[in-house]
Design a binder for this molecule. Structure first.
Ligand code: CA
Length: 713
């Protein structure tokens, strides 16, 4: 460490902070007389920094400089015998800082080759930086190398030789303190992400990679959301790698009764996309003892490296990378596409984050009073509108698409992110992988960013290739998510017909294309549909609850737009009334394969609905003009929604499809659009692509209470 001109006397000054490129705010411990102000001066590594003027505010002094402050150099404010290090605080959140230090290079992090590894670290406010190198992850024995500062706040250093499997972190001297940070661009990390590893991404590919996928149109997407550990942790599912990435690579696994489990089970359901809850490194599960705790994983630490608790060896930097790639390859072999859930709205503990260590104050959003913004409700919001945060997100997303060959991304609390960043993400992924599926939670949350800049559902028209979870439809089907006893269409509420009609016809009132409408009635968040029905219908029999549940799932799977299922919804998944099971034990969160066996008929019912949807393109129109051309409402009595898709022969086997959702307690007679031999595909008991029976010369049809009927000619 270089020891520069450090003065020790500090009693007069409390703090001196650079708040603009040429403006310093000074806080004193005592009153300073106006006539003494000319005594203030600033020294930067031996030379004087010229002051233009000094103004006294209510509580502070404000110094304006003649020239912009020399960021990257250590500067002291002097007044007689007293001195104070000038800290770089609010300045990092100014536009001028963002412009001056925006770096557009593609080489951030450790770039490995057999002959040399080059490290590039962005830390403009540091006055010194160094690379600390370890031969293995556990040793304290280290080598230290000084970085060379370059333009735009970049620090760089190259190490000769093959450094594969060596470990490193960065240290930066910022605002008078040495901060230790793990490279935010680290592709490989040690147990609990404590150190980064130098590695060769080319060594991580599975034997057959990449695997070719059949073309499908974006509008045909059916998403199935699951958690790595939940899905395989159950006792009698025949899966060997329980709770691990590899558990989802196992083929032809069966339960005790010989029923398919694991990946094979998903394939036979017929969904097109698996959406995985976060798989990048998160902080809430101790990777050295992962079975003692559980978490969904919405607490990111490293965005470029996978989570270690899902790897067979969290100590080996390669294990998690290779095993996640094996999982993706295994899904692709089954023609299942993979969507990853990413949490770019906040970070686990911001004060300890590597971002904050490297460039304090820059990466997180602050309000106008300088307080950390907390629209996420979990302590911090990433300042995605800042250029280097935006670049980080776009770089990271592109890395996952190229390196892991993923097919989609789901942005957690996307409304925290800004519209421009999401537009850049959308453009970048489409360029790499046309048809890439993007979706997000467009909730409007109180973050310190102008409302019209947030990537919320209200801005959906600015984000035409991004899907949004459609909460109005969700709540209209089953009642408000946030009021346990509130009821929707399926559980007794007859006043929400217009929202149901809006949803089944593709949510045009909200979006530019039906692909933007993510239709769902259950996800990992909040009560499962089964639990919601239990709470909103006290005393209801299981027989009726099952009917209502099937009706709700049918509404989603037959609607225009993109259907989204929560794993286990197809057999009435329950979390035993736990509303937010993010850290609940395995027995609450597990995918219950026994329950699946118990409700096999409903699994078959859902499978039937999926096969019907996928067999005829009239269910998956990609434009609203197509929907409007072929969609027609059928008149019903109260508490029913019915419609026909007419003149649809060019899109599949049938020319006319009638869908009727009866949420009333009575059987309903519905007049059909024409008299004919109507083949029934879905009734209160079954759903099948092979017609269940034919209603000959029928001009009307009877639909059982709490059920869906689909018939075709
Ligand atoms: Ca972790």
């Amino acid at each position: 460490m270089k020891q520069k001109n450090r003065w020790s006397v500090n009693y007069l000054f409390k703090k001196a902070e650079l708040i603009q490129m040429n403006s310093i705010k000074v806080t004193f411990n005592c009153v300073v007389r106006a006539e003494d102000l000319p005594k203030l001066h600033i020294l930067s590594e031996g030379s004087t920094v010229n002051i233009k003027e000094v103004k006294a505010g209510k509580e502070h002094l404000y110094i304006t400089l003649v020239n912009p402050y020399p960021i990257g150099k250590e500067c002291y404010l002097l007044y007689g015998e007293s001195s104070c290090l000038i800290e770089l605080t609010d300045v990092v959140r100014t536009k001028a800082f963002d412009q001056l230090f925006y770096y557009d290079g593609e080489d951030l992090g450790a770039v490995y080759s057999e002959n040399q590894t080059t490290f590039t670290c962005w830390a403009p406010t540091a006055i010194e930086a160094r690379l600390v190198l370890y031969k293995n992850w556990f040793t304290e024995e280290k080598e230290i190398f000084s970085f060379r500062r370059e333009d735009r706040g970049i620090w760089r250093f190259s190490l000769e030789g093959d450094r594969n499997l060596e470990w490193y972190h960065f240290e930066v001297l910022v605002n008078g303190a040495w901060n230790v940070a793990v490279d935010p661009y680290a592709r490989f990390v040690s147990v609990n992400g404590e150190r980064a590893m130098i590695g060769n991404m080319e060594e991580t590919n599975p034997t057959h990679w990449p695997i070719a996928l059949n073309n499908i149109s974006k509008s045909e997407t059916i998403i199935y959301e699951l958690h790595i550990r939940d899905f395989t942790i159950g006792k009698n599912n025949g899966i060997r790698h329980k709770g691990l990435f590899l558990g989802l690579t196992e083929n032809e696994t069966v339960d005790k009764e010989g029923r398919e489990t694991g990946l094979t089970y998903i394939r036979q359901l017929g969904v097109t996309h698996i959406e995985l809850l976060p798989v990048n490194d998160y902080g809430s599960v101790d990777e050295s003892n992962c079975w003692d705790s559980y978490n969904w994983g919405y607490d990111p630490i490293h965005y470029y490296a996978p989570e270690g608790s899902y790897a067979t060896d969290p100590y080996n930097g390669y294990s998690r990378v290779n095993e996640l790639k094996q999982l993706i390859a295994a899904c692709h072999r089954q023609q299942l596409r993979v969507i990853l859930d990413v949490v770019f709205n906040h970070i686990y503990i911001w004060e300890l984050s590597h971002f904050e260590k490297l460039v304090p104050g820059y990466f997180f959003r602050h309000d106008e009073n300088g307080n950390i913004s907390n629209g996420t409700g979990v302590g911090n919001d990433l300042a995605t509108e800042r250029q280097m945060v935006q670049k980080y997100i776009v770089d990271c997303v592109c890395f996952w698409v190229k390196e892991y060959n993923i097919d989609g991304l789901r942005f957690d609390l996307m409304g925290i992110l800004d519209v421009k960043t999401m537009q850049k993400v959308a453009t970048a992924v489409e360029r790499i992988k046309p048809g890439f599926f993007l979706l997000g939670e467009g909730w409007d949350l109180p973050t310190a960013l102008a409302e019209n800049k947030r990537a919320t559902m209200r801005q959906a028209k600015e984000l035409p290739t991004i899907g949004f979870f459609q909460d109005q439809f969700r709540d209209a089907i089953k009642g408000s998510t946030f009021h346990e006893t509130n009821q929707g269409f399926c559980n007794g509420n007859g006043t929400v017909l217009s929202q149901i009609m809006g949803g089944v016809s593709g949510s045009e009132h909200l979006f530019l294309t039906p692909q933007q409408a993510i239709h769902y009635v259950e996800s990992h968040d909040n009560h499962t549909l089964w639990d919601k029905l239990t709470l909103s219908l006290p005393g209801e029999t299981n027989v009726l609850k099952k009917k209502r549940h099937r009706l709700a799932t049918s509404i989603v799977l037959l609607a225009q737009g993109i259907p989204f299922l929560h794993a286990g919804q197809e057999f009435f998944r329950t979390k035993y009334g736990v509303e937010n099971s993010y850290n609940s034990p395995d027995w609450i969160n597990q995918f219950d394969w026994e329950r699946r066996g118990k409700f096999e008929d409903t699994v078959e019912f859902v499978k039937g609905l999926i096969s019907i949807r996928r067999s005829h393109r009239a269910f998956t129109f990609s434009t609203y003009s197509q929907i409007n051309k072929h969609f027609k409402w059928i008149e019903t009595s109260a508490h029913c929604v019915a419609y026909e898709l007419h003149q649809v022969g060019e899109f599949g086997t049938w020319d006319r499809v009638v869908v009727i959702h009866n949420a009333s307690i009575e059987k309903q007679g519905i007049r059909l659009p024409l008299e004919g031999d109507w083949k029934v595909l879905v009734d209160e008991h079954q759903a099948s692509l092979i017609p269940l029976y034919t209603l000959y010369n029928a001009g009307s049809v009877k639909v059982a209470a709490f059920s869906t009927l689909v018939c075709v000619v």
